[in-house]
Design a protein around this ligand. Structure first.
Ligand SMILES: [Zn+2]
Length: 162
C-alpha cells in the first residue's frame, strides 16, 4: 500500500458537494443553528469552530472551519488563519491524549478538483492515523466501520478541548 491519504476517494458530504451558497453551506448553517450537540460542534473560538466529520475516515476525524464563508485561503482574514492554526495545535494535543495515534494528517482540499466535499467554504481536516491503518481503510473505506460512535467521540473531544 503506497498511498495512506486519499481524501479524493471519499465524498463525506456528497449531497452538498460543490455547494457554494452560504444559506446551503453546512459550515455556515450548522454553527448558526446553535445546536452544537446535534451538529457535533466540539469547540467554538472567536473566528473558527471545530466539529466532528459526520462521515469520518477514522475515529477522531475533526474539521476546523471559519465562521466566514470563504472558498480560498487568500480571501480569509489573516486573524482567522492564525486562529485556525492555533486551534489545530489544541486539536492535535487532544487527539494525541485521547487516541494515542502514531501520526496525524492535517490538510485542506481547496476546490472540488482538489477533493473538497464542501468546496465553497474552507475547512481543515485533522485525522488521527495509526501504523497499519491503511489496509484497514482500503478494505472498508466504503462502509466506514468505526469502533467508536460519534456521540462518544463528541463527548471525549469536547471535554478534552474545553
Ligand atoms: Zn459556508
Amino acid at each position: 500500500m503506497d498511498r495512506l491519504w486519499t481524501p479524493w476517494r471519499y465524498r463525506y458530504v456528497s449531497s452538498h458537494s460543490g455547494e457554494t451558497s452560504p444559506d446551503r453551506c453546512i459550515f455556515c448553517t450548522q454553527p448558526a443553528a446553535n445546536e452544537d450537540e446535534k451538529y457535533y460542534i466540539v469547540l467554538r473560538a472567536a473566528r473558527n469552530f471545530v466539529m466532528l466529520n459526520l462521515f469520518p475516515y477514522t475515529n477522531g476525524h475533526l474539521l476546523i472551519a471559519p465562521y466566514e464563508h470563504v472558498d480560498k485561503l487568500v480571501d480569509a482574514h489573516p486573524d482567522t488563519l492564525t486562529e485556525m492554526m492555533q486551534l489545530a495545535v489544541r486539536c492535535e494535543a487532544a487527539l494525541r491524549a485521547l487516541y494515542n495515534p502514531d501520526g496525524i494528517n492535517v490538510g485542506m482540499n481547496l476546490g472540488q478538483a482538489a477533493g473538497a466535499g464542501v468546496a465553497g467554504h474552507i475547512h481543515l481536516h485533522m485525522l488521527p492515523r495509526w501504523s497499519g491503518d491503511a489496509s484497514f481503510l482500503s478494505t472498508v473505506a466504503e462502509t466506514r466501520m468505526l469502533p467508536e460512535e460519534l456521540a462518544v467521540t463528541y463527548k471525549r473531544l469536547k471535554d478534552a478541548l474545553s
